[in-house]
Design a protein around this ligand. Sequence first.
Ligand code: 5GP
Length: 121
Amino acid sequence: MTYDPNNIFAKILRGEIPCQKVYEDDHVLAFNDIAPQAPVHILVIPKGAYKTVEDFGLNAGAGEIKAFYMAVAKIVEEQALNLDGFRTISNSGINGGQEVPHYHLHILGGKKLGPMLAKAA
Ligand code: 5GP
């Protein structure tokens, strides 16, 4: 699967679609999720064209990877999520339920988030 330059996050990166920016540096952009699943729901994305976490891990440069996790840590501290805890999620591919094919990490917090996976009824 090749990277789709018309995915929604690529459009946000190009400024074609607005976002509520939370953080930005040379390698990383973070913004509020349009359909938040928790009081805090932030998406962190690399500016490079990576589809999934494994694409990012295998093909991004060390500087990009360092910047990505530094950004996550700064956001967590800025939002004071480290006090009560939070969750990060990265959905990948069909089984992971990934909707947007540009690598992103969800940061969720602001309440007790319950079990990691929804339990079958
Ligand atoms: P995924 O299912 O791919 O892990 O998550 C994609 C996320 O992107 C979803 O939580 C969805 O609400 C969010 N999203 C989709 N379109 C937009 C958009 O145009 N703007 C923002 N801020 N978030 C979006």
